[in-house]
Design a protein around this ligand. Structure first.
Ligand SMILES: [Zn+2]
Length: 135
């Protein structure tokens, strides 16, 4: 029964994170945003993003801007929250690195899946160890 409840809490956490992330974005995005190049980026539309969190892969929609001057694309929400789209969250990197330094990356992957329901490849754990090691 604990396993079933844990799975439900994992899925609930995922849904709550998605709703929370989307609530952090502007409900009516501004037409423009300042670009890092010094020019002005224009609102394009809401785009879907993914971040790998302690509650699994969370998909969310947020405002997307493109700068006509430098061609750069921006997600103000991601920048504000420190999210690198498509990558592990800071909390996942920290945990994966902690597990990764205890044991081989392959068995760390199993340990992480058993304890947190997080399905990370040995490669992701190696990457997290290197990221934290660099810091
Ligand atoms: Zn620009």
């Amino acid at each position: 029964m604990e396993t079933a409840v844990r799975q439900m809490v994992h899925e609930l956490g995922n849904a709550v994170l998605q709703a929370w992330l989307e609530a952090q974005d502007e409900p009516y995005p501004a037409d423009t945003q300042p670009c890092a190049c010094g020019e002005v980026a224009n609102y394009v539309r809401k785009r879907r993003g993914m971040t790998l969190t302690l509650h699994g892969r969370v998909y969310y929609r947020r405002a997307y801007y493109v700068c006509p001057h430098c061609g750069g694309g921006h997600y103000p929400l991601d920048a504000r929250l420190g999210i690198t789209p498509g990558q592990m969250s800071a909390a996942v990197v920290k945990l994966a690195a902690l597990v990764g330094v205890q044991d081989a990356f392959g068995t760390s992957s199993d340990l992480l899946a058993q304890t947190t329901l997080l399905d990370l490849s040995p490669n992701s754990i190696r990457k997290a160890c290197q990221q934290v090691g660099k810091r």
